[in-house]
Design a protein around this ligand. Structure first.
Ligand code: SAM
Length: 210
């Protein structure tokens, strides 16, 4: 059955060949040190509510749940949701992870319902940056934290620079200054920077709600 998020689906959700190609990247997307680092940086506390936008196979969601957080993992891809839905069953506390169809542009959560929002390697997929930040501002609770991290393939120091340098041009450019400004316009204290995280050059946007 078609749902409203299907139009956000990307190539990995279309056709057998694309699925095989993603399955081959499984080691990276299953157990990403970068996601672990993101969850460490947001200083997650047991019992907090976390939203993982573009959760994929769930490396950040699983890490957050292992720290006792309640995670809502959203992704428009049925393929990714199926993998994470399967994976969650093998976690110590599967009830801590809820997998839902959703996109940054339309988050299936109510107002002020989440303490932490994270997204790893997902921002370049967002087709409407302004609308997505507006949605995050809607669902974040007072004093909530946001951490968005995308690998910076445009940096020659990135190991996949040669093959992936034009990655964002095909989708959405992750302009840290622009995104920082969007958060500020919604009352967040924000910073946007290019740093090394887990040994990789990344674009990082950190935003704290008042
Ligand atoms: C490169 S994967 C990263 C997955 C995971 N966060 C990780 O680090 O392994 C990007 C994910 O974003 C999802 N995505 C695509 N468009 C999206 C949107 N508009 N909002 C949220 N997620 C989206 C894709 O389906 C995909 O699972």
């Amino acid at each position: 059955m078609v749902n409203e998020f299907d139009r956000y689906r990307h190539e990995h959700d279309k056709g057998v060949r694309a699925k095989i190609s993603w399955a081959l990247k499984l080691p990276k997307f299953w157990n990403s040190p970068l996601s672990k680092e993101v969850i460490r940086l947001v200083d997650l506390q047991k019992g907090e509510n976390v939203l993982d936008i573009g959760a994929g196979m769930g490396p950040a969601s699983v890490e957050a749940a292992s720290r006792g957080a309640h995670v809502v993992a959203i992704d428009p891809s049925r393929f990714m949701r199926a993998i994470l839905g399967f994976r969650r069953q093998f976690q110590k506390n599967p009830g801590l992870i809820t997998v839902e169809a959703g996109v940054a542009e339309k988050i299936p959560l109510s107002k002020e319902s989440t303490d932490v929002v994270c997204a790893v390697n997902a921002v370049h997929h967002w087709t409407d940056l302004e609308g997505s930040i507006k949605e995050i501002a809607r669902v974040i609770a007072p004093r909530g934290r946001v951490l968005l991290v995308d690998e910076d393939f445009t940096d020659p120091k990135h190991p996949q620079h040669e093959t992936h340098h034009d990655h964002e041009e095909e989708m959405t450019k992750v302009d840290v200054e622009l995104i920082k400004g969007l958060f500020e316009s919604w009352g967040f204290e924000a910073k946007g920077e290019k740093v090394l995280l887990s040994g990789l050059p990344v674009k990082l946007i950190e935003a704290n709600f008042q």
